[in-house]
Write a protein that binds this ligand. Structure first.
Ligand code: KIV
Ligand code: ZN
Length: 393
């Protein structure tokens, strides 16, 4: 039996911090229901103290969602925690996620607090949050730039105060995978009561390493909660994309030896919903959920996939919610892929010679047109298209 990795989705909170990705209450509810269908363990539904709209959306999501824990973010402030506690009160399982910055630059320049004051605030916040729920997460904001001795002290204090999850965010996407993995392991080792809490990672993508850092935090560091967003939405360059982390864990379960309870067939539908609601298109070459993620264009690859899908596919398109993998017919395609498409389209051909003739016409067309659609193939076999090749040139 493989150990479980908790998937904490923050599309509705950190994802919404993407400039331009604001969502209405109803849109948030729709996404939360889809996240529940996807099987995420924790849905961070918003930041209750940020606005009345966010408060109401968290309240509504708490009353509707039954199979995922519903969470509200809060600063380490009494009024934030009260709002978060009230917003999640109807949830079957509700979590308060309270945070305070722990790096020297944040403590000095942003909070204007001494390290001792920061610890005091964190402890008070966790204790108060525990009055609302027994599921409390503490985050040390900017953990990856914090001083390890101090970070370990505040994590230990938070656990003693009742935190059940301790999160080490790479808030500004500064980490490097191996270093971050060792960092998480080191902090856990320094905290005497480390096994009384679940350790979590939350990585931003400023250097394009959010997924790699998160996975290193899990594999090397021993974190058992991974925070992520659909399509990698999030503040600045975004967060670790849920679909990438989940598919890495499942495709390489031989390496990670972990399982997450995600219904992977819902990955593409969830990605499409979030993209439609936010108006943020998914780049075609985006891993897992991009339109080209399972598209084969070169003749050599198409031929390989027709003979055995595993030649060029490490995952199956159907397993992540695509109808199937896609052969893009164009000038790089080979005869095998062309023939397969003819069969799929049900075009009646009487001989291999007829296919050979049509293939030459197809190549000629492909030189002039970047992608050949099914209609183009059908046209190649239309009465005029079935004339001998000599009539064409
Ligand atoms: O990036 C970050 O540090 C956060 C915290 C609030 C967890 O989003
Ligand atoms: Zn964040």
């Amino acid at each position: 039996m493989m150990e479980k990795l908790i998937i904490f989705d923050t599309t509705l909170r950190d994802g919404e911090q993407s400039p331009g990705a604001t969502m209405t209450g109803d849109e948030k509810v729709r996404i939360a229901q889809q996240l529940e269908r996807l099987g995420v363990d924790v849905i961070e539904a918003g930041f209750a103290a940020a606005s009345v709209g966010d408060f109401l959306a968290i309240q509504k999501i708490s009353s509707i969602v039954k199979n995922s824990t519903v969470c509200s973010l809060s600063r380490a402030l009494e009024r934030d925690i009260e709002k978060a506690g009230t917003a999640i009160s109807a949830a079957a399982r509700g979590r308060i996620h309270t945070f305070i910055a722990t790096s020297p630059i944040h403590m000095q320049m942003k909070l204007h607090m001494t390290p001792e004051q920061v610890i005091e605030n964190a402890v008070k916040a966790v204790r108060l949050a525990r009055e609302y729920t027994d599921d409390v997460e503490f985050s040390a904001e900017d953990a990856s730039r914090s001083e390890p001795d101090f970070l370990a002290r505040i994590c230990e204090a938070a656990i003693e105060a009742g935190a059940t999850t301790v999160n080490l965010p790479d808030t500004v996407g500064y980490a490097i995978p191996e270093q971050f993995g060792s960092f998480v392991r080191d902090i856990r080792t320094r905290v005497p009561n480390s096994d009384k809490a679940v350790w979590s990672v939350h990585c931003h993508d400023d250097l394009g390493m959010a997924t790699a850092n998160s996975l290193a935090g899990v594999h090397i560091g021993g974190a058992r909660q991974l925070e992520c967003t659909i399509n990698g939405l999030g503040e600045r360059a975004g967060n670790c994309p849920l679909e990438e982390a989940v598919m890495a864990i499942s495709t390489r379960s031989d390496y990670f030896q972990l399982q997450c309870g995600i219904n992977t067939k819902e990955l593409v539908p969830t990605s499409k919903l979030v993209s439609t609601v936010t108006g943020f298109p998914v780049q075609p070459n985006k891993a897992i959920v991009g339109a080209n993620a399972f598209a084969h264009a070169s003749g050599i690859h198409q031929d390989g996939v027709i003979k055995a899908r595993q030649t060029y596919e490490i995952m199956r398109a159907e397993d992540v919610g695509w109808a199937r993998d896609r052969m893009v017919l164009g000038k790089l395609s080979g005869r095998n892929a062309f023939k397969q498409r003819i069969q799929e389209l049900g075009i009646p051909v009487t001989s291999e010679n007829e296919i050979n003739e049509a293939f030459l016409r197809f190549k000629d067309l492909a030189d002039r047109k970047s992608e050949i659609y099914d209609e183009d193939i059908q046209a190649l076999f239309a009465p005029s298209g079935s004339q001998p090749l000599s009539n064409y040139y």
